[in-house]
Write a protein that binds this ligand. Structure first.
Ligand SMILES: CC(C)(COP(=O)(O)OP(=O)(O)OC[C@H]1O[C@@H](n2cnc3c(N)ncnc32)[C@H](O)[C@@H]1OP(=O)(O)O)[C@@H](O)C(=O)NCCC(=O)NCCS
Length: 189
């Protein structure tokens, strides 16, 4: 299938597409539709966002990527590996979100498939975990469609919307997607 998306770090020159992405989305479609909740889309706020991303990357803690639509150059969402654990674990939590005007196109499934190479080859990770709230049907559908392994339910593990919420835990390893782990984790990718 022809690839519709590009996944890369955001740069200062992306300021206008970043701002437009927030401005063009529709009103929230469900409880997990966070991306619209950024009130400050000034250049100063964008610079702070980039600075934080760079700092997290430097200490090998989290890697945030933009998902761009190739044909328009629009920023359609974000995908990230956060809470990176090295040593004998080599895992991270997978996070993802699409601006809601890009839902229903299969973009997140395509982005995650492209992200396997980034996570398992470039970042040297062995395992990605995704915790999804039991009622987040769209996200559950993505994890199931991609064959993520359901590993259980973590009760009251995350504080969101003023209360402790459960997460259905999913995971995928490099072997699951046919990538051999090379054990060459790069700290400052
Ligand atoms: C989770 C989230 C990324 C899922 O978005 P999505 O658009 O439903 O997921 P995908 O991009 O994989 O698209 C799948 C949908 O596109 C449709 N589709 C259209 N063309 C497609 C294609 N070429 N390939 C696959 N699916 C396609 C599918 O039928 C499906 O639609 P349906 O759910 O109505 O049946 C989105 O709801 C979101 O950003 N939510 C807010 C943040 C969030 O919840 N993050 C996850 C926290 S755990």
């Amino acid at each position: 299938m022809k690839k519709r998306l590009e996944i890369r770090f955001l740069e200062l020159s992306d300021y206008l597409v970043w701002k437009e992405a927030y401005e063009n989305q529709s009103s929230p479609r469900n409880d997990w539709d966070h991306s619209h909740r950024k009130s400050d889309t000034s250049k100063i706020a964008f610079k702070k966002y980039l600075k934080n991303n760079n700092e997290q990357r430097k200490i090998d803690r989290a890697y945030y990527y933009g998902i761009f639509e190739k044909k328009t150059g629009a920023l359609v969402g974000f995908i990230m590996a956060v809470d990176v654990v090295r040593s004998i674990t080599q895992s991270a939590i997978l996070g993802y979100t699409l601006f809601n005007n890009y839902w229903g196109k299969g973009y997140m499934q395509e982005a995650i498939i492209a992200f396997y190479s980034i996570a398992f080859k470039d970042l040297g990770l062995h395992r990605l975990q995704a915790g999804i709230e039991p009622h987040n049907k769209r996200s559950l559908k993505v994890a199931k469609a991609l064959g993520f392994r359901r590993e259980g339910l973590s009760k009251k593990i995350i504080f969101l919307r003023g209360d402790w919420q459960d997460l259905v835990q999913f995971a995928i390893t490099c072997e699951d997607v046919g990538i051999k782990w090379k054990g060459e984790a790069k700290k400052n990718y």
